[in-house]
Design a protein around this ligand. Structure first.
Ligand SMILES: [Zn+2]
Length: 203
């Protein structure tokens, strides 16, 4: 079988490592790039580099921020309610909740969920800095807004157990969200209702 030139094969392999991209799509994308005009391709290269070079994670909440601003816009906004903290899995969840305009507190991004099957334990997530925030700050309520999936629920339960000795009010998003769904894909109305109908955690 004829082999593709190495640079093209490397590009296909790189696309195939992206989430949700199979071998056929990866090949289609690579040929699309090959046939694209130079400026379009270099624009893409610049965007890729900028994402890696100009962005970082907020030192407080671990949401995405410009590398030049080590503390993100939300954490440094004096208008936000500093007593309420919403814990989410990924930066995209912050975006989804911000779109609802139903929450004016602060966030904490875990960067994943506990998953024994995939070998993800508490130390692989931003749980330690979360607990330190709770011990040192003014936070009186934590809203556990992990996804309504098995891992999301297990992570919420684990966090609730960790937080119980601190005497902080801990709530979980209401069950308006479809089980197994992703917060980032929930429509604004559903997410708003889930937020306003949040319930005390019981374990
Ligand atoms: Zn922040």
């Amino acid at each position: 079988m004829a082999r593709l030139p190495e640079p093209l094969q490397n590009l296909i392999d790189a696309f195939e490592r992206l989430p949700g991209v199979g071998p056929k799509t990866a090949a289609r994308l690579a040929f699309f790039i090959l046939n694209s005009p130079d400026p379009a391709v270099y624009g893409l290269v610049t965007s890729l580099q900028a994402v890696k070079n100009e962005l970082g994670f907020c030192q407080v909440c671990f949401n995405i921020t410009l590398a030049a601003n080590p503390i993100c816009d939300i954490c440094s906004d004096a208008q936000r309610n500093k007593t309420s903290l919403c814990v989410v899995e990924e930066p995209l969840d912050v975006l989804a909740l911000e779109r609802t305009n139903a929450f004016n507190g602060l966030y904490h991004v875990l960067h994943g969920v506990l998953s024994p099957i995939e070998g993800v334990g508490p130390d692989d997530l931003k749980i330690r800095p979360l607990m330190e925030r709770l011990k040192s700050g003014d936070i009186t309520e934590v809203i556990l807004a992990t996804n309504p999936s098995m891992e999301g629920d297990a992570t919420a339960l684990f966090l609730h157990q960790q937080m119980t000795p601190l005497g902080i009010r801990v709530t979980r998003l209401a069950r308006g969200l479809p089980i197994g769904s992703d917060l980032e894909y929930a429509d604004q109305g559903t997410l708003s209702r889930a937020l306003s109908g949040r319930q005390e955690m019981t374990s």
